[in-house]
Design a protein around this ligand. Structure first.
Ligand code: SF4
Length: 282
């Protein structure tokens, strides 16, 4: 399906496909979100700093083209050695994104925005287990990812305006929860998840009516058409115990892969489900 947008208002681009190392540096979290894709591993355990350093070194040797490291969990700001991990990545000339629920955003005041970016995932504006209004705004530059569920569609537009007004928000991204732990299948819905058809109409409606100035990123979710077609896995998801899963949609299924299979052909769809569209206001 295709989004039909006013081309005199929006310019669309798509990101290039980078090899991305996603390191789950802790299993601990300060939230309990329904349908969390990491639910089966949540609990105790941090990745030790020595393990983190060898992971970075080994990954760079094996995949010199790594373009980005994403630190997540659990809640990555709970890791006591997060600052050292960021410094280590800078030493290795790696850009880092911290994917957080925002509850401890204030602990990230001292990051260097040239090398480190912050992405906040939310499940609503005023309600939901992690909602935007409960996050104390700071001047840290952030991207805000709004994960659509059936219970938060009505707050989507207001959340985008709130993000622009109260945060130093670089982009607002729309994606959706897929309850794979419950359904075992990316394409199946529960009462909570937004069906693919509805996802397209919610996004279309948002883009037609949004009057703000943020850049809008849209997850294609295997249903929205784009110009780029990525057919291979480019994510290495590594857990505190150093086990690896290639596809983020296999994390909640407990599937363990070997890093050497990075680059394998997509086994979920005709192309990767993790592509996105970037809309920039002209
Ligand atoms: S959606 Fe397909 S290509 Fe993308 S990470 Fe998963 S299996 Fe790999």
């Amino acid at each position: 399906m295709k989004l039909h947008l006013n081309q005199s208002v929006w310019e669309v681009t798509e990101p290039t496909s980078l090899i991305t190392l996603q390191v789950f540096i802790t299993n601990r979290c300060n939230k309990m979100c329904k349908d969390c894709f990491y639910e089966s591993r949540l609990g105790h355990g941090d990745m030790p700093m020595t393990v983190y350093m060898s992971l970075i070194d080994d990954s760079l040797k094996r995949f010199p083209d790594i373009g980005k490291v994403i630190l997540l969990g659990g809640e990555p700001t709970l890791h006591p050695h997060l600052p050292e991990m960021l410094s280590y990545n800078i030493q290795k000339a790696l850009k880092t994104t911290i994917y957080t629920n925002g509850a401890r955003l204030d602990t990230l005041q001292h990051i260097d925005p040239i090398y480190v970016s912050v992405r906040i995932g939310v499940l609503g504006l005023t309600h939901g287990e992690k909602n935007l209004m409960e996050i104390k705004p700071t001047n840290i530059e952030t991207g805000i990812v709004y994960m659509l569920r059936n219970d938060n569609i009505d707050e989507l537009m207001d959340a985008a305006y709130y993000a622009e007004k109260h945060f130093n928000c670089r982009y607002f991204m729309i994606s959706s929860i897929r309850a794979i732990q419950a359904t075992g299948d990316f394409w199946k819905d529960t009462d909570d998840t937004v069906s693919m058809d509805r996802y397209v109409s919610v996004v279309q409606d948002f883009m037609e009516n949004y009057q703000g100035n943020l850049n809008i990123h849209i997850a294609r979710r295997g249903i929205l058409e784009g110009q780029h077609h990525i057919h291979h896995c480019r994510f290495l998801n590594v857990y505190p115990d150093q086990q690896v899963t290639l596809c983020p949609f296999d994390i909640s299924k407990g599937i363990i892969d070997h890093p050497k299979y990075l680059g394998r052909t997509c086994n979920k769809h005709s192309e990767c489900l993790l592509q996105k569209l970037i809309y920039i206001k002209k």
